[in-house]
Structure formats: C-alpha cells, structure tokens
Design a protein around this ligand. Structure first.
Ligand SMILES: NC(=O)c1ccc[n+]([C@@H]2O[C@H](COP(=O)([O-])OP(=O)(O)OC[C@H]3O[C@@H](n4cnc5c(N)ncnc54)[C@H](OP(=O)(O)O)[C@@H]3O)[C@@H](O)[C@H]2O)c1
Length: 244
C-alpha cells in the first residue's frame, strides 16, 4: 500500500490527527490539511516523515472561502496525479440561535461543513478517478437527528450525508463515496460539560463510554478499503443512534 495517497482536511488536530496517523500507519502517504493549526500540522508531518521518509505533506486553505477551496483543489490536483482517498473531516461547530443567525455564520458553517467538501471533491475528481479512489465524509449522528441549538450545523451535516449518497451514485463505479457519522467523541475545545451532564449523555450510549478519535480513524480506514461499499454512512456512536 506504500504508494497510496490520502488527503485529510483538518488533519492536524483531534479526530483529524487520529485519521492522518492511522492512514499513515496503514502505509498511506498523507497530505495533512490545516487552516490555523500550523504548528500542530508541522509537528505531525515532521513526526510522520521521521518514521517514513517523504510520507507526509502539508497543505492549507480556508474551506469557508470559495476561492481558497478552488486554489487548494488546483494545487492538490497538480501535486497528486493519483489520489486514493479524500477524507473531508474539517468542520466548524458552534451554536446558532434561531432569529439571530447572520449571513456570515451561515456562510461559514455551510461552507466548512458542506460547500468546501463538495467543491474540494469536485476539484479533485480527475485524480480520484485515475486512482479509482474513494471519498470519506465525516458527518455526525446529528445529520439525522437535529442537535438542539445547532440548526445550521445539523442542516450542513445533513447536506453532507446526502452529498455522500448523491455523489456515490454520480461517480460509481469509478469512485466510491462513504461517510462516518461520529457520536460523542471529543468535547469542543473549552466546552467540556459538567460531570452531571456528561453522566446524562453517557446513560444514552448503550456501549457505556464516549468514543475515541481512533474509533473514527478505524472506520475511515475500513471504508477506504471496502471495495464493494459505496453511498453508505457508518455510525460510530456506541449505539447512541439506536436509543431514544
Ligand atoms: N468531536 C466529536 O465528538 C464529534 C462528534 C460528531 C461529529 N464530529 C465530526 O468529526 C469531525 C472531526 O471532529 P473534531 O471535533 O476533531 O473537529 P474540530 O476540532 O471541531 O475541527 C476539525 C478541524 O477543522 C478545521 N477547520 C475549522 N474551520 C475551518 C475552515 N474555515 N477551513 C478549513 N478548516 C477548518 C480546523 O483546522 P485548524 O485547526 O487547522 O484550523 C480543525 O482542526 C468533524 O467533521 C466533526 O463535525 C465530531
């Protein structure tokens, strides 16, 4: 597998970092995309290159800005003639109170979670097609059941879930498109809930624990390799979505 190439958006920190690392361990050459986490991205690619020479690269771009997504796609298309895997992991996640939603919030949340993944995928299609590669979109269990206080994020992730199915249909049999829908894995930075709230959330998770970034990474790796699976969404949520 050593000549396979993957791109992971938002691949320098948290879940994205676990995905980048797992793909690298599996033998992929990994392009780590970042927007603001430059130091973390540099440190990660240095570590990956130390363990295997010329196996990790950096790229950057704001996925909420259309021109930047186009520039990033063009740059990656030139650099990677054959792309085996694109992981659309980057996301922005914050409360949007109905009645107070601004155009800027709409553009950012929809851009990073839906428009960016779409236009990046579209821009990279020639490379994906040459490699008969695949796309894995990281959605959310709240793509199906809206998260209170987060209507725009829930709508964007629902769009990304539909993009998974719609593009799988458009691109078969050449390119597969699947999704991983995480449950509760990591709290947003600086927003860890109280012990009692965490306990209430845990009670609704049949597996009795929060997930780990590696749980998501393993699912991405599975879908990357599952040659007869396309248009599917794999919930990695400890069973949360089967309980009311
Ligand atoms: N954490 C969870 O429990 C959970 C639950 C359900 C679903 N998910 C999904 O799983 C994925 C990873 O979750 P996470 O919590 O690790 O994500 P995160 O930390 O909230 O964000 C991941 C990355 O997205 C990048 N990003 C944000 N805004 C961007 C922009 N405008 N342009 C380009 N990149 C941007 C950031 O890169 P920089 O740091 O470089 O700016 C960030 O590191 C996301 O798609 C998320 O929706 C997570």
């Amino acid at each position: 597998m050593s000549d396979r190439t993957a791109i992971v958006t938002g691949g320098a920190t948290r879940i994205g970092r676990a995905i980048s690392t797992a793909l690298h361990e599996a033998g992929y050459r990994v392009w780590v995309h970042y927007r603001s986490s430059k130091d973390a991205a540099r440190e990660l690619t240095r570590a990956l290159n130390r363990s295997r020479a010329q196996s990790a690269e950096l790229c950057t771009g704001d996925l909420a800005v259309f021109d930047d997504v186009e520039r990033l796609a063009e740059q990656l298309l030139q650099a990677i003639p054959r792309l085996d895997l694109l992981v659309n992991n980057a996301s922005t996640f914050y409360r949007t109170r109905l009645g107070e939603v601004t155009r800027a919030q709409w553009d950012e949340v929809m851009g990073v979670n839906l428009g960016g993944p779409f236009f990046l995928t579209q821009g990279l299609l020639p490379s994906l097609e040459r490699a008969k590669g695949s796309v894995v979109n990281v959605t959310d269990i709240h793509a199906e059941r809206p998260l209170g206080g987060y209507p725009i994020y829930s709508m964007a992730k629902a769009g990304l879930a539909m993009m998974t199915r719609a593009l799988a249909r458009e691109l078969a049999p050449g390119v597969r498109v699947n999704a991983v829908a995480p449950g509760a894995i990591l709290w947003p930075v600086g927003e860890e809930p109280s012990e009692s709230v965490q306990q209430r959330i845990l009670e609704r998770i049949p597996m009795g624990r929060f997930g780990e970034p590696q749980d998501i990474a393993r699912a991405v790796l599975y879908l990357a390799e599952a040659q007869y699976v396309t248009g599917q969404s794999l919930s990695v949520d400890g069973g949360r979505s089967i309980k009311s």
